[in-house]
Design a binder for this molecule. Structure first.
Ligand SMILES: [Zn+2]
Length: 367
């Protein structure tokens, strides 16, 4: 069993302002990578700029991160950062902004990489990425504490890249930044946390430490997520619980990776623009069924530890999901299936998951 997570994570109200001095050692020029509206509306961008100014750190803002950011955009932002002499990169936002910031740190340190996407994915980076600072504004991704960046390639496919050099040096977790999330974002991010934790627990790579994080994440999120699904306005305490659960979920998948719901979910996002959390969570009920069939005792231990039963967890997931207006015919499903042959996330699932089973699942959900 190995546990490694070198990011200094500072959480709590006003943590950015109260710990601004932590930024001083990272350099005198910073490029902020953000997805425009969310970073502003949450108050995080303003707090970050004030923190940088209080340390005398010059900063430039790249605020054009889109959802499921393309690698080429990150390369452009990397050139922007290099041009301004950035010594570190600060990502502000949800998973898209944080994952983009990690890649921007790579491209800023290696400006020549921008023309060759393959060398980015091959991790043939001559220089280490610039130091990375992350400020989360959603309770979902957990990217603050992972070595993972999920980006979209030039063929419009989502891929995750894992590398120890992608850990943030510093991350700030102020759950008040999540207060401005609209209800649909709260729900999609919330079920993403649930997916991270459940997939991690049912990964072949799960160990005692990752399971502890996964169980705690689910125990902590079930209450506020059910409230949000019922249309309730979450109070500060509920928001904090959800945010902490997202960090715990990140710590869990950082060890184990994800299982088939995440990878099949990428297909829905790429082709039908379904938000990431909903796209993954729609496959969770089937995963829970398959993992129980594979190892009933292991599944029973899971429900014991999280303090619920399968039916209740499935009901919670269903209550969070929107209705999908998606229809796939047999030809489309047949054309999609090869991508899941020998897929790492599919093989990572503690169940007998075949490509045929994925086809049947897609047919049952979206015919
Ligand atoms: Zn996810």
């Amino acid at each position: 069993m190995v546990f490694y997570m070198p990011t200094r994570l500072i959480c709590g109200d006003d943590c950015l302002a109260l710990n601004a001095q932590e930024l001083k050692s990272l350099g005198s020029t910073c490029v902020i990578v953000a997805s425009g509206q969310a970073a502003k509306a949450s108050g995080a961008l303003n707090d970050a700029e004030r923190a940088l100014e209080s340390c005398g750190i010059a900063h430039f803002v790249w605020d054009c991160v889109v959802e499921n950011p393309p690698v080429v955009d990150c390369a452009a932002a990397g050139r922007f950062a290099a041009k301004h002499g950035a010594e570190f990169i600060m990502g502000i936002g949800g998973g898209s902004a944080l994952d983009a910031a990690k890649a921007v740190a790579v491209f800023a340190a290696n400006p020549g990489l921008g023309v060759d996407e393959a060398s980015f994915y091959d991790k043939a980076w001559e220089h280490s990425p610039l130091p990375i600072v992350l400020v989360g504004t959603t309770a979902g991704t957990g990217s603050e504490v992972t070595k993972v960046s999920v980006l979209t390639d030039s063929k419009a496919r989502k891929h995750s890249i894992h590398d120890d050099r992608l850990y943030a040096t510093l991350a700030f977790g102020d759950s008040r930044y999540t207060h401005s999330c609209p209800p649909a974002v709260t729900l999609s991010c919330g079920v993403d946390v649930l997916a991270h934790a459940a997939e991690s627990y049912f990964s072949h790579k799960a160990d005692e430490i990752s399971r502890a994080f996964a169980v705690r994440a689910i125990r902590q999120l079930m209450g506020p997520l059910a409230d949000a699904a019922a249309g309730a306005e979450l109070d500060g305490d509920g928001r904090r619980q959800l945010y902490e659960a997202s960090i715990l979920g990140g710590l869990a998948i950082n060890t184990t990776g994800t299982c088939f719901p995440h990878n099949v979910g990428y297909y829905l996002t790429e082709n039908y623009h379904v938000p990431h959390g909903f796209a993954c969570a729609v496959f969770l009920p089937e995963m829970l069924k398959q993992v129980r069939a594979y190892d009933e005792a292991y599944a029973a231990a899971f429900y014991d530890e999280v303090g619920t039963i399968e039916e209740a967890l499935v009901t919670l997931i269903e209550n969070c999901l929107p209705s999908f207006d998606i229809h796939m015919d047999a030809a489309e499903i047949a054309a999609a299936l090869p991508r899941w042959e020998n897929n790492g996330s599919v093989k990572n699932t503690r169940a007998n998951v075949s490509v045929e089973m994925i086809g049947q699942m897609l047919e049952a959900l979206f015919k």
